[in-house]
Design a protein around this ligand. Structure first.
Ligand code: GAP
Length: 557
């Protein structure tokens, strides 16, 4: 066998992995832009037929492993975790108590030229991705990570080339970055660079510094400016912008605030509000957990990276209530357990990272926080958040106790004491988890019938089995249909009799279907079918009465 036949050919095409994955997701009915026929709505996505199956499978795996059959605790004891489903809209005081009304905001900057809004802490990243910045970097013959030497400019030893900068401004810059000071007034803007070079000829500065120079028209008045990622224009000072979506309940006038409510920005607070009812009505006592899966809404300033940061998304959160003295023990337990779980869902160890958040960077009430991060294609070689595990102390219960004037203490009769439990919160993104699964599963191999295919963990795959008659005659469809009607009672199956067998395999590979069963001319004689494995493309002959056992075994492997 030649090298090219035995090895997958993974020469990646020109387009970025994320554009290809987004296109595949649309083509195969995983994820569509919301309101697409009206031009879409930024930050909103819809799950199509395969996407909803994949999302539900991940949700069900979480529910099974958190609520129905939670792991054994650190001392080998079975854990007690119950489920709940609370309202998206809660009493507005909830969000005052939780701190979301006062503090759940991002610093925002607006471009004075094109009026676009940006999250202040995202601007540098967005500049790195902006087409006009890439074009300017090319003209200046520097990568974004490179440094330019001001001294070199003065002595004529480049690398900073004022002539090239001016030419770029007059040609590409006019269209690509019309708001940029260098484009609007090149002479004045370049004079700042000149002035600073004379003051300190040996100074080096980064490409980001250069962008600030070319964005600045009045350095003596404003200092250096950071340019707008969209048009290069100047930005306002950062202002706080609350991320909660507002709505109104009842028939209230538009200017009457009495009916103002918020769409929940996290599912967690609904759990705290019902903690006492759960304690009083079920047979749980600390340590115990309450879990919830559901939609959350955040008016994100810069929704981006497909379904990574959206304005409507789903979370899988669990609040684990423990005696105060046991907080750190349970924090360690859950941080390790959640990491293990994501690996079990098929994310590779190399793509996962536990990021311990340092003292200065945690929420003020948190005694410890670990982010479980994934190496998404758009963060690589770095990692981005997938789930947060936070030791929230008794902050939330204390706040709700104060604001509602309801005693939320647990009465421990055995030890004759009462206390507010401490809380460990593993908070995962369901939709963000689907993105991580898709990124991990995406494969490119030109030697296959479908170069793009999804290597999803079989138990999470939207469709488990494709069932085909080899040809649509000679009794084959009848056997295949019978098999389909039987298997679909247990597994999501797709019956497909159209086009060549190769094309049918290719369709199933793109959908991530782990098994394809073909009924052929021999089946009527030997009562057996071929089962093709998605990952190896190997085929096995399996007796018809063994098909169920074969699939069941593979799905639990
Ligand atoms: N109750 C704690 C809490 O909500 P968070 O870190 O803000 O913590 C938890 O959110 C998880 O929810 C994140 O790790 C992420 O997976 C997901 N998430 C948060 N904001 C999101 C957004 N705008 N779009 C998609 N997922 C998001």
């Amino acid at each position: 066998m030649s090298q090219s036949q035995s090895q997958p050919r993974n020469t990646q095409p020109e387009t970025s992995l994320m554009s290809r994955l987004t296109a595949l997701c649309k083509r195969r009915g995983f994820i569509y832009p919301a309101s697409e026929i009206y031009g879409g709505l930024n930050g909103f996505w819809d799950f199509g037929p395969l996407g909803v199956l994949l999302k539900n499978n991940l949700r069900d795996a979480w529910w099974r492993d958190m609520v129905l059959c939670p792991p054994l605790g650190p001392d080998g004891e079975p854990l007690s975790i119950v489920g709940i489903d609370t309202s998206i809209i809660q009493h507005p005081k909830t969000w005052e108590a939780s701190g979301h009304v006062g503090g759940f905001s991002d610093p925002m900057q607006t471009c004075r030229k094109c009026k676009k809004l940006f999250r202040a802490d995202h601007i540098e990243d967005m500049l790195g991705d902006a087409e006009w910045v890439k074009s300017f970097a090319d003209a200046m013959k520097v990568g974004a990570a490179g440094t330019l030497q001001l001294g070199g400019f003065l002595t004529g030893q480049t690398p900073f080339d004022g002539v090239a900068a001016r030419q770029w401004a007059q040609k590409q810059g006019k269209k690509a970055a019309p708001g940029l000071a260098l484009v609007r007034n090149p002479a004045v803007t370049l004079s700042w660079i000149d002035e600073d070079m004379r003051a300190d000829p040996a100074k080096t500065f980064s490409f980001m510094d250069l962008l600030r120079y070319v964005a600045t028209e009045q350095k003596n008045v404003t200092g250096l400016q950071t340019p707008c990622p969209n048009c290069g224009g100047d930005l306002t000072e950062p202002r706080q912008f609350n991320l909660m979506f507002e709505s109104r309940v009842g028939a209230v006038e538009a200017d009457d605030d009495s009916g103002k409510v918020y769409l929940r920005p996290e599912t967690a607070q609904g759990i705290f509000l019902q903690y006492k009812n759960v304690l009083d009505t079920s047979r749980v006592r600390p340590p115990f957990g309450i879990a919830q899966v559901g939609k959350s809404f955040r008016n994100e300033v810069t929704p981006r990276n497909f379904i990574f940061r959206t304005r409507e998304f789903e979370q899988m959160e669990m609040e684990f209530f423990v005696p105060p003295e046991d907080g750190m023990k349970w924090y360690e337990f859950w941080a390790a357990e959640r990491m293990r779980w994501w690996k079990d869902m098929g994310l590779s160890e190399a793509n996962l990272f536990r990021h311990e958040i340092g003292d200065g960077d945690r929420a003020f009430y948190s005694a410890a926080t670990a982010d479980i991060e994934y190496k998404y294609p758009f963060t690589a070689p770095n990692f981005g958040e997938l789930e947060g595990v936070a030791y929230r102390t008794d902050y939330d219960l204390k706040q709700h106790q104060t604001f509602s004037k309801t005693n939320l203490e647990y009465i421990d009769q055995e030890n004759s004491r009462r206390y507010l439990p401490h809380v460990i919160e593993p908070a995962a993104g369901l939709t963000r988890g689907v993105l991580a699964l898709l990124c991990e599963a995406y494969q490119y191999d030109e030697s296959r019938a479908s170069p793009e295919w999804l290597k999803l963990k079989p138990s999470l795959a939207p469709t488990k089995i494709g069932i085909f008659p080899l040809v649509n005659k000679d009794g084959m469809p009848e056997i295949a249909e019978k098999l389909y009607l039987d298997l679909r009672r247990t597994y999501t199956c797709q019956y497909d009799a159209k086009q060549s067998i190769g094309k049918r395999y290719a369709r199933m590979d793109e959908a991530g279907t782990p098994f394809c069963i073909t009924v052929d001319g021999e089946t009527a004689k030997d009562n057996a079918v071929t089962i093709r494995d998605r990952d190896t493309a190997q085929q096995e002959r399996v007796a018809l009465d063994q098909v169920r056992a074969y699939v069941a075994k593979k799905l639990t492997d």
